[in-house]
Design a binder for this molecule. Structure first.
Ligand code: SAM
Length: 374
């Protein structure tokens, strides 16, 4: 029986209005037709998903920590980013929307010192209202936290990490290389707690011969406080901190020193990709973490992307160069086009610096921590 030619073409006829409608919609929402792959969770060449985004909102800091922004490099003549290059809050929000579409669920605001960025609660509010952002946090040196904690909490920040390398005031000032008393940071932590940003995570970078005698006093101070102290192995980030393996106090030594004083028991990670090895005090006084980037790298589960204040996208803390997103963002490109660029970069990602660290890699150029954000 001969087929009805009209019937054969009926599905085409039906598709035309729908296609027209969808084209009109796409035009209206600036979504141009791009490979479908641009939208949706992405994984890199080692199947590592993109889930965690750290955003540096400024490359400036009011501290000059010797392991991060040594004063002889970051002195009065140092050229920080000009305002014109720094992403606006709206540009950051837009990028976060794109990253969320690609799988990001956790966002951390960092720097430089994020509390130096004017009106930072405005950004917190924007991001806390961004659909898909399930965990919004900030890392700060705590010096301005006393003043800002309540506004940050009111704007929707849920948690905060405070860097604190010593309780002893002299050692604290020697590490931070500024004349801010340690009591200011402790007050910042207290205000964070009062404002509901608890439990606070406290980051202590341990550098041998400088503050390793503070491991036990810090552990004692935060035991039973409800806050979580995390020791960080001194890392070879950037090229200006004079890193030497001899200055690293290995995680095993940190753990043993604490364990000899207060018995510790290992705790399972909260989730895949958690960087801190967790231990709880056997007497129930809470837990500590140790971040073992040097002695036990965690590249294989690294799901972190980093964005600098001027919109460079880094896929590794130890990279030399990032990928410029600011230009495409300011070029009139659609969100899908920006997403496609991010997707291409992440799918091509193969870095695993900490796993291949050696005498040779230590001399390679690397981005500074204050620029990429911790
Ligand atoms: N200004 C904020 C602060 O002090 O927390 C945020 C930026 S800071 C770069 C982020 C984190 O990186 C801090 O906890 C800091 O101690 C850590 N950090 C910086 N340089 C480091 C290094 N060489 N090794 C290990 N941690 C480092």
């Amino acid at each position: 029986m001969a087929e009805d030619p009209k019937a054969e073409n009926r599905h085409l006829a039906e598709e035309v209005p729908a296609a027209k409608a969808s084209n009109a919609l796409a035009a209206r929402s600036r979504l141009r037709v791009l490979p479908v792959a641009a939208w949706g969770p992405v994984a890199d060449s080692f199947a590592r998903p993109l889930q965690d985004l750290r955003i540096s909102v400024t490359d400036r800091c009011n501290f000059r920590c010797v392991y991060c922004m040594p004063r002889d490099v970051f002195g009065p003549g140092f050229e920080f980013l000009p305002k014109s290059k720094i992403l606006s809050f709206e540009e950051i929000r837009r990028l976060v929307t794109v990253f969320v579409e690609l799988g990001v669920r956790k966002v951390r605001i960092t720097g430089g010192e994020p509390l130096l960025r004017r009106d930072i609660p405005v950004l917190v509010r924007l991001l806390s209202k961004t659909a898909g952002v399930e965990d919004l946090t900030m890392t700060t040196n705590g010096s301005l936290l006393g003043r800002h904690a309540q506004a940050l909490a009111d704007a929707g920040l849920r948690r905060v990490t405070v860097s604190l390398d010593a309780l002893d005031d002299q050692i604290f000032r020697a590490m931070s290389d500024v004349q801010v008393p340690v009591t200011t940071v402790l007050e910042g932590i207290r205000q964070a707690e009062v404002s509901g940003l608890a439990p606070v995570k406290i980051n202590m970078v341990v550098k041998r011969g400088m503050n390793d005698d503070q491991i036990l006093p810090m552990a004692e101070h935060f035991r039973g406080s409800g806050h979580i102290l995390r020791f960080i192995e001194f890392m070879d980030v950037g090229n200006s901190n004079g890193w030497r393996m001899d200055d690293v106090v290995p995680a095993s030594e940190i753990r043993d020193r604490i364990h000899q004083r207060w018995a510790l028991e290992p705790v399972d990670p909260n989730y895949v990709g958690e960087v801190a090895r967790r231990y709880r005090y056997a007497d129930g006084a809470g837990e500590v973490g140790i971040i073992t980037s040097v002695t036990h790298p965690f590249c294989s589960t690294c799901n972190r992307a980093r964005l600098t204040a001027d919109g460079e996208f880094f896929t590794c803390l130890f990279s030399a160069k990032g990928h410029d997103l600011r230009t495409i963002l300011r070029s009139g490109a659609s969100d899908r086009e920006v997403a496609e660029r991010v997707r291409m970069i992440w799918t091509g990602r193969a870095d695993r610096y900490s796993e291949i660290r050696s005498e040779a890699t230590v001399t390679l150029p690397r981005v500074e921590m204050s620029r990429i954000g911790g």
